[in-house]
Structures are given as C-alpha cells and as structure tokens.
Ligand binder design. Sequence first.
Ligand code: ZN
Length: 271
Amino acid sequence: MSECNETGIITLKPIGIIRSDFQALDNVPIGGGTSQIEIFPEYKDGLLRIEKNSHLWIQMWFHKAPRDVLKVVPGKVNSNLPEYGVFGLRAFGRPNPIALSLVRLEQVKDNLLWVSGLDAINETPVLDIKPYYEQEIVFSPDTPYIRPLKREMRQQIFMKQALLHHQEKCDQLLLGVRMALIADDYFGQLNSRELKLTVNGSPCLADVLQGLSNARLANPPRFRYNKTHELQQSIWEKDGSSLIITVKQPITDDNFFNTDDQQLFIIDFKE
Ligand SMILES: [Zn+2]
C-alpha cells in the first residue's frame, strides 16, 4: 500500500516487524543471525506457500540510520578507503534507509518466519518480502573491492559467501575459506578477471573456491579443476606470479580459527 501525492511524498505501511536479539547495529555480525519476522495479521495471506522458497529478500526500513548522507568512507570495513557515494554501497545511511537482506528461510508457522542471515536489529519495520530466484544470479559481476582492513572481517565475509554458494558447512568449506584468505593476502580481489585458479582435490573444495573466486570455466577462462584424493591444493596465478597452497594436515572445526596458516599449509609464492 503506497501512494504518491503531488509533492512526491510516498507513504509506506510496514507489513511486519523483526524480532531479534540484536539491539544495536554494531552488534550484528556480518553473516547476520537467526531472527524472527512477525508479519502483521492483515498481511498473513501474503505468506501462502512461501515455505517453497529456501531463500528470500527482506526489505526493511532502517529507522535508526542517518538520512542526510550521500558520500561515506566505509569506515567500519576499512577507514583507509576513499569515499564512495551511498548508491554504490550497502551502507546503512542513505536518503531513504531501505535495507535489503538475503536470508535463508528456516521455518514458517502462522504469521511467523524464522530466518538466518538477517542483519537487522530488533523492532526494525519490514516493508516487503520477495523470493530469491536463481535465474537472477549474476555469477561473477564486476564490483569494487571494498577490502576490510581486518583479516577477521574478511574471514567472516568469506564464510558467509562460501555458505551461500556451497550450502553445507563441511571441512572442505573451512579449508577453502582459509585458502581464499591467503590468496587475498597475496593478490587482493579474488574475483579479478586477471586471477586464475586451479584446484587439485575434492569436489567440495573446488566448489567452495569457485564460489569465493567467482572464477568461471570460460569467458574469461579462469578456473580449472582436477579431482584427486591424493592432495588438497589450490594454485592462484596473476600477472606472472603464482601462489601454491597445499594442505599439510586435515582441518577441523576446533583448529579452524586458531591454527596458523604455516601449520596448516605449505605456501609457495613465486613472483
Ligand atoms: Zn561440502
């Protein structure tokens, strides 16, 4: 329900509200969390058969975000970066603080949706819900690299990206994220058209690394894969330099965050 009067003012009526443990935007993790979306009773019929979708776009109104900004330094990510216009960023502050979040639908009961991956605080008004259609995926678009200063934040972003692509948190996913972090240290932007990737190992590792590098088999050819049980290895090549990352020991949930790169991998870089 919206209307536009002669002065160009649009009126929107929220269809629901977010119920979450997060009370402030600074506390919301990059991968989002598990939240509940309460749809107001008069809009409940709009949920008919929504459970057929695994993923949804949630449009919300970030009622606490500033509305008087047009250019910002994405300082939460990296304060050394230049300014960007807000229409080329996902920053909270913008003239109309409409937020867009891709979530996984976990459960539906009556007028309540349980979702994971939502990056919104408690009591955020919900404006609309739309299905995520795979026909609309652009697998490797050109994007600026807004590189987080902290490796920990890069790791969180890679984890989210890997899970969305691979859809299971297996050991090989953890391995792929660790390899991608090392490749990012040496080469930066992993979806660069100039960066080529060869994976020798399991299909899971290849799938995760393809998702993280957005390397396609052709146009331009950036990705090669050799299935083997003998080793787990990724080879990254750009501008005549090569980086070979080979697994030394199996990775588990316990040592994922705490073990040094050098203990897990043999890292061989040639300029
Ligand atoms: Zn897997």
